[in-house]
Write a protein that binds this ligand. Sequence first.
Ligand SMILES: [Zn+2]
Ligand SMILES: [Zn+2]
Length: 251
Amino acid sequence: MIEMICLGTGYAAAAANRDNTYLLLREQVNRDAGTVLIDVGGSPLTKLKKEQVDLKAIRAVIFTHFHIDHIYGMPSLLWGMWLAGREEELTICCGSGDEKKLRHWLELLEMDSWPAKFQIKIHVYKAEEKAELLTLGEAKVSTFPAKHAVPTVGIEVREGNRTLVYSSDTEPNEWIRQYDYIDELYHECTLARGALVHHTSLQQFSQFYNLHVFGKIVFVHLSDQEDYVSAMNEFMSEEEKARIHFAEEKA
Ligand SMILES: [Zn+2]
Ligand SMILES: [Zn+2]
């Protein structure tokens, strides 16, 4: 069974106890299936050690968009992979509009001179349409368009009848609303209240979606000192509140 682990949980400016939001997909039982990172925020080497993830087992990195808070950990991740003696090819997925920036960045890192022994394969997807990216164990991992300031995608993981979704940075998204059922929804919740542009507040989330079709809701991209609890009490029923979790990072 695939699990989605929140390595970072904070919004763009992070927080005292939260790295910027990024996630890990891992097959719980069959560890040989490898792992996939969704974005790479703060201190990836520390976070991956805490989760006991072998750097050689990371098959792919999926960048949902190229805002700094979602990408800046990449040089450190590659550096750690080199130090770990990785030889396995790594796939990095990005939107077609970000390919040039990614290639330029990789050039600047001069990995040939370290010298890194692993190749990087760049897989380009179109952010404006649904796209299947890869399989992990029995699961299919796809992207779908998000509503953000720059071309951005959310991530869908389908494993048999089970569906996991990560919203990435987005306004309330029709693509997410159209699911009949999502077992686990990881959704950004940048502020507690208000009508945000490019992002989602808890108020918007509870007014836009039918929360009863989400088995478990995990809020990520969280801000400091937001009174999420009072907003929950104001905008959600007891039954809806019972589905809500605020993502935590391993201490
Ligand atoms: Zn962000
Ligand atoms: Zn963003």
